[in-house]
Structures are given as structure tokens and as C-alpha cells.
Ligand binder design. Sequence first.
Ligand SMILES: O=C(O)c1cc(=O)[nH]c(=O)n1[C@@H]1O[C@H](COP(=O)(O)O)[C@@H](O)[C@H]1O
Length: 237
Amino acid sequence: MLHRPTGPKGRLIVALDTPRLDQAEALAGQVAPSAGLVKLGLELFCAAGPPALARLAAHAPVFLDLKLHDIPNTVAGAVGSLAPLGASMLTLHAGGGPAMITAARKAAEAAGPARPILLAVTVLTSMDAEQLGAVGVAGGPAQQVLRLARMAMAAGADGLVCSPREVSLIRDALGEAPMLVVPGIRPVGSAAGDQARIATPEDAVAAGADWIVVGRPITEAASPAAAAAAITASLGR
Ligand SMILES: O=C(O)c1cc(=O)[nH]c(=O)n1[C@@H]1O[C@H](COP(=O)(O)O)[C@@H](O)[C@H]1O
């Protein structure tokens, strides 16, 4: 099981969001010197399936981000199918509720000590108060993130995915126990795109993020290797 970032590659996770496995492998090779993990998400997994995991794992440990969200029995089955693939981290939506998270943890543990870390996604970083209101959640993202964070950790998640805006709130409430993996990262000067709750790599780490997740600011850069290296260097290791 993967623990906190300690190595010289720092706290960076690079999201390889492309439907093409050859392209993802090439990117993984370019960013691997400066990335602790690479992220295999829905776009690539839907296109290339489980074999993509072993191919990317040749370059760096893999964060498998499929954001599972279904009834407990179905999610437990999916975790059971995914756990042997060798991912270091796996996501599920906290909104699936405590029974779903507990079932997922049980299924992950059945895979043995090399099981993936289970991360509960709180409120997607693309959602602002208005988007959240549209799905019936009043009070804004911070309050909802904290509610889901407490519930998910009590139900058996190893860590949480949240935006950089809620990191210090979670640290104040829950301390060091949750591993915090933080997307919605934008180096100064890069476009926000569809992300709503963003901050720079430095601010996210200063707030207490264990890992930051960066996709397009690296993958769409003229040199992904240089962009990844610059982010890791900006974090001081
Ligand atoms: O679980 C995630 O990784 C995730 C959760 C979230 O709330 N927001 C979010 O952006 N992500 C992922 O993080 C990556 C961010 O990519 P960029 O916006 O290109 O940096 C994407 O692969 C998203 O799927």
C-alpha cells in the first residue's frame, strides 16, 4: 500500500486524460522523472481497459480514477475486480454513502496487503455553489465537502479527493489521518477550463495537500516533461 509522498519525485500526480494508450504511455515516460504517480482515468480506461494499467505502471505507480458510484454490492464487486490490477489508489464517490464505502473497503482488504488506497471524492472541483444548488445541495461546497469527508473517513475510506479550497478546512477538522489528493490545480497563468475551485500547486501543498493532481497544464504544454519538472521544483523537492 502506498503511503505519503517521500521520494524525490515529490507530490505530483499527472492525469493522463487521452483516449489513446500510445499517447498516454509516451506522456507517462516524459513526466515520470518528476511525478510520484500517473493517473489513469475514465477516458483512457473506457478506451483501453485494464491492460492500460500494466502499460502505465511500467513508468510510475498508477492512480486508477474511475469514481465508482453504485449500490454497495456492485461497487464491492468492481473493487474486487480492480484490486488485483495493481493500482496504488482507487477512487469512489463519497456521495454513494457509508454502506457503499464500507463495502468497498471490505472488498479492497480481501485483495491483501498490496490493496489500493481508497479515496472518496467529495465535491467535484468543477462544481461551484450554483452547480451544487442545482443538485439540491444548499450551503455551498465547503460545508458539503466537510460533511462528506467526515462520513467517508468514518465509513472506511483511506483518504479524500477535494479541491485546494477545502484542504485546510479538512485538516483542521480531521487532522493528518486522511490522505488528501487534490485536483483543481492551476499554475499561475494556466487556463481554468472547466475547473471551478482552483489554486496553485504551492498554495495547495501549503494548505496541507499530500498529493496534487495536474492534467492539462502539463499534458497540453509544449514540453510536458518541463512543465511537470517545473511544478515539482516549485514545491521544493
Ligand atoms: O478524482 C479526480 O482525480 C478528480 C476529482 C475532482 O473533483 N476533480 C478533478 O478534476 N479530478 C480529476 O483530476 C484531473 C484534473 O485535470 P486537469 O483539470 O486537466 O488538471 C482530471 O483527470 C479529473 O478527472
